[in-house]
Design a binder for this molecule. Structure first.
Ligand code: MN
Length: 366
């Protein structure tokens, strides 16, 4: 039996913090079309059911269309089962407010429930949507049979340091040695699979696609392939994102003109596997001379077509070679010495010197 474990699709999230209104709309539509694309994958690969471990939507921005589109896909693919567990970003009535709920959709509620996935009952799926009321008490309801293959679906995280949010107060110790074979988790957007106890594994599928530069790296879902008789299992991470989010750090030490930086960027980009449809963030790092001529707007223009979106962030720190001004009797040297002896921080001194000298040279200040 093959199952897809996905989570955190966050359909219809705004995305406008880093995309223009137009691009954000395009991307939202693209993310929405991932759902039928996932179902197509399920068809082509003989998948029995799709587990959605929460945060299918973004509560505050989900459109009626996003909900209808998912429902239409479910209703139009009756040969695939859909098991949905609401997450902390989902409206609790989502997918259940329809008059007719298709038979191939099961939505977990706030009581722990167990379903048999096959006719022999050898493979089970359980889950509970965590709430303020049940998050600390649901463990008592986790009663599973030793001789079955037991999948448990949850949306939350075990955070040390005591988070205020109930979904982040999971206590994994209480789920160990309870005959769980596969803990299908949602909430953490990065794919992670780790041991739960001697018997089972805990897996975050991560989101299907990154939605911001805090979600760089491979994104997709887990494919679980269970032999229903001897319980041999394969877990495979399937990269599914159409576009990658990439962050590239470029060390700029030793650069003194814009073209040096350009060359460093080129070198770093050639080490990545980015394509023109990806999202690219280039971060300039390292300490460079305060008098380095760097034209960031020029570099932005130069690299803008390399990917769907290219962001260049200048995180370089400036350093001043005070020795080189020691014997400089010009206005420039006098200015540098004056700033050096001021009470500003080293970083501020470097910035003041950069701007001051540009002004003295009659250059445009950026
Ligand atoms: Mn969540």
């Amino acid at each position: 039996m093959k199952l897809i474990h996905c989570a955190d699709l966050h359909l219809d999230s705004k995305l406008q913090t880093w995309l223009s209104e137009e691009k954000a709309k395009e991307r939202r539509d693209e993310l929405l079309s991932n759902f039928p694309r996932l179902v197509e994958y399920a068809h082509n690969n003989g998948v029995f059911g799709i587990l959605i471990a929460g945060d299918l939507y973004d509560r505050n921005s989900a459109s009626k269309h996003a909900e209808n589109a998912v429902m239409a896909t479910i209703a139009g693919n009756r040969d695939i089962m859909f098991y949905y567990l609401p997450g902390n970003h989902d409206d609790k009535c989502v997918l259940t407010r329809y008059k007719v709920i298709p038979e191939n959709l099961f939505v977990f509620g706030d009581r722990f429930e167990t379903l048999n996935l096959n006719s022999t009952g050898s493979v089970t799926l359980s889950g509970v949507a965590l709430t303020e009321d049940n998050y600390s008490s649901f463990y008592d309801e986790v009663v599973l049979e030793r001789d079955k293959y037991n999948i448990v679906m949850l949306h939350g995280e075990e955070k040390t340091g005591g988070s205020a949010h109930f979904e982040e107060r999971l206590d994994l110790r209480l789920l160990r040695n309870r005959y769980i074979d596969y803990l299908a988790m949602g909430h953490v957007h990065k794919p992670v699979i780790t041991g739960l106890d001697d018997r089972g594994v805990m897996c975050y599928s991560g989101c299907l696609e990154g939605r911001g530069f805090d979600e760089c790296g491979p994104r997709g879902f887990y494919l679980i392939d269970i032999d229903e008789y001897n319980f041999r299992v394969n877990y495979t991470f399937v990269p599914f994102a159409r576009r990658k989010m990439l962050e590239v750090e470029v060390p700029c030490e030793g650069c003194s003109i814009t073209e040096d930086i350009e060359q460093r960027i080129e070198e770093k980009l050639s080490e990545t596997d980015h394509t023109s449809s990806d999202y690219l963030k280039i971060v300039l790092k390292g300490r460079i001379d305060a008098l380095c001529e760097k034209d960031i707007p020029y570099l932005r223009k130069l690299f803008e077509k390399r990917a769907e979106v290219v962001r260049i962030e200048d995180m370089t720190e400036l350093k001043v070679d005070y020795d080189s001004f020691k014997k400089d009797m010009s206005l420039k040297g006098e200015f540098v010495r004056l700033v050096r002896n001021s009470s500003c921080s080293d970083a501020d001194k470097a910035e003041i010197i950069r701007i001051g000298i540009s002004a003295l040279m009659g250059e445009e200040i950026t």
